[in-house]
Design a protein. Structure first.
Length: 230
């Protein structure tokens, strides 16, 4: 459980508290990742015991596959858990975006449209990355798009709540300054460093590595531009 009031106690500035909350988000993602992998392994172990006699019969024919399969299964389990964590963090992130959009439209149509376009621009590369993680986790393109649509409901629900409350701008400001954004940012950092980047480093040619570096730098530059005008 996160107590934002304790973290942001007197004498602790916003940058420091955001850093602490970000680390809490990273540790929480790590904890749930380990828990998810352990649960998946337990289910897999139970299935293996039921089919033990079949495995013994095929042992000689599939010896090489049995040696390499545990590492592959562990890797796939980690990718799937990271995808689930990413969806939860993405939903929370979209919810705060929806709060900001709703509050902006209350302030004025022009401000609302500008805010909506800004959010849309910074969400495009984000959602493309989420889609790639889902595909990598074994989802079909159709199912990945359906899941992305579910996370988009976070923005709609945030916008609806913002339009419904008496003081939407205060609600949006409170959400922006709460533990939600730094905590979810910590989860995104965990997913990127543990799941996405290691996958990019495996079996990549020189040309692919150069393309990945350029794409990474382009993404950083885009976020810098957005931070200048958002």
């Amino acid at each position: 459980m996160i107590d934002a009031e304790i973290v942001r106690s007197e004498g602790c500035d916003k940058r420091t508290s955001d850093s602490i909350l970000g680390r809490k988000g990273l540790y929480s993602a790590r904890k749930h990742s380990i828990g998810g992998i352990t649960t998946a392994r337990g289910a897999k172990h139970s299935d293996d015991e039921d089919d033990e006699h079949e495995t013994k019969e095929k042992k000689d024919d599939s010896k090489e596959k049995l040696i390499s399969s545990p590492a592959k299964e562990q890797k796939q389990e980690g990718i799937k858990v990271a995808a689930y964590l990413n969806l939860v963090a993405d939903f929370a992130h979209n919810f705060t975006d929806g709060l900001a959009i709703g509050a902006s439209f209350i302030a004025g149509t022009t401000i609302g449209v500008v805010t909506m376009i800004t959010v849309l621009v910074h969400e495009v590369p984000h959602e493309i990355g989420d889609f790639a993680i889902l595909i990598q986790s074994g989802y079909s393109k159709r199912k990945a798009m359906a899941i992305q649509l579910v996370t988009a409901l976070g923005a709609l629900s945030g916008c609806a709540i913002s339009l419904w409350v008496a003081d939407p701008s205060a609600l949006a400001d409170a959400a922006a300054s709460s533990w939600i954004l730094p905590f979810t940012a910590g989860g995104f950092i965990y997913i990127a460093t543990v799941s996405v980047i290691p996958e990019l480093l495996e079996n990549s040619s020189t040309a692919q590595s150069i393309g990945e570096i350029l794409a990474l730098l382009s993404g950083i530059f885009m976020m810098y531009l957005i931070s200048m005008y958002e």
